[in-house]
Design a binder for this molecule. Structure first.
Ligand code: SF4
Length: 296
């Protein structure tokens, strides 16, 4: 990967409090690499997160950041994108935040198709609150809240995103930061909502889905001869795979669909944030005449 922007421009001096070996470190690195690869400067990006270990990420990256309440980053990100469509808007949150508490926002963001990228740090457990089973925990997974093993069927984010109309559905593994950076860059350049589910070991509370567990199972779709990621039914079949074989890469991409912003008439006159800034620079009388023209 050749970069012009040095990824170190995104570094901060904040003390990182993740456990040693946590998959979140690779996600942080991959986000920086992807932004650098796309020549996106820190002031051109907003990273929105929720609550959870991985949702601390905006603190560890030199860019605009917003930590919202639990499960709400997609709603905040969509609002920010509407206010300033020129901004690259990323959501970074965990499986509990994104698929559990924020599950409803997830489904409706898939069908709305705003031009934002969501990276879900999927470690199949609630790490910050010390190890309860999460929406993506497999049946039988033993935790403090499921001592006899989880009895609920696991949430399948790939299949649900497809069914809800997502136009970009991808998956990566935090043991492969370069692959992840490339996938994140593809998600950012995709016009529309892009979901990137990252298989991210929680080395402290999840002793089942470890780096070794994933390495034995993942395979790369880009190496599968004849796989066509624009074929929705082929994507649907791959989205069901879990257990012995787990696909990573672009599972599905549909290009050319209108984004949510494309269809919002209020944006026809340009970025609301940009127009507000223009207005702020005008003398008061001119501001009044401009506002009259716009709203009366
Ligand atoms: Fe990472 Fe798990 Fe530690 Fe949280 S508890 S920082 S997810 S290893």
């Amino acid at each position: 990967m050749v970069t012009e922007v040095d990824p170190r421009i995104y570094d901060t001096t904040a003390e990182i409090t993740w456990c040693a070996g946590c998959g979140d470190f690779a996600i942080l690195k991959a986000v920086k690499l992807a932004l650098a690869d796309l020549d996106i400067a820190p002031h051109e990006v907003l990273i929105v997160s929720g609550i959870g270990c991985g949702s601390k990420l905006p603190d560890y990256i030199n860019a605009n950041g917003y930590m919202t309440i639990h499960g709400r980053p997609l709603a905040v990100a969509t609002g920010a994108k509407l206010a300033n469509p020129d901004l690259h808007v990323l959501v970074v949150d965990g499986d509990g935040d994104g698929y559990g508490i924020g599950g409803n926002h997830f489904i409706h963001t898939c069908r709305r198709n705003p031009n934002i990228t969501q990276i879900v740090e999927n470690n199949q457990i609630y790490g910050l609150t010390k190890g309860q089973y999460s929406p993506t925990s497999d049946v039988g997974f033993i935790t403090t809240t499921s001592p006899d093993g989880a009895i609920e069927a696991a949430f399948n984010p790939m299949a649900i995103a497809l069914a809800a109309g997502a136009t970009f559905v991808g998956r990566s593994f935090s043991g492969e930061p370069k692959h992840m950076a490339e996938l994140i860059a593809r998600g950012i350049t995709h016009r529309g909502y892009a979901l990137i589910d990252v298989l991210q070991p929680c080395v402290t509370f999840n002793r089942v889905n470890t780096y070794a567990w994933y390495r034995e199972r993942i395979y790369h779709l880009e190496e599968e001869q004849g796989y066509d990621s624009s074929d929705r039914m082929a994507a649907w079949a791959r989205a069901q795979e879990w257990g012995e074989r787990i696909p990573v890469g672009v599972i599905y991409q549909a290009e050319g669909a209108p984004t949510y912003e494309d269809q919002v008439r209020a944006l026809e006159g340009g970025s609301p944030a940009g127009r507000l800034l223009e207005l702020a620079k005008m003398p008061a009388t001119e501001q009044y005449e401009t506002l009259k023209e716009r709203f009366i």
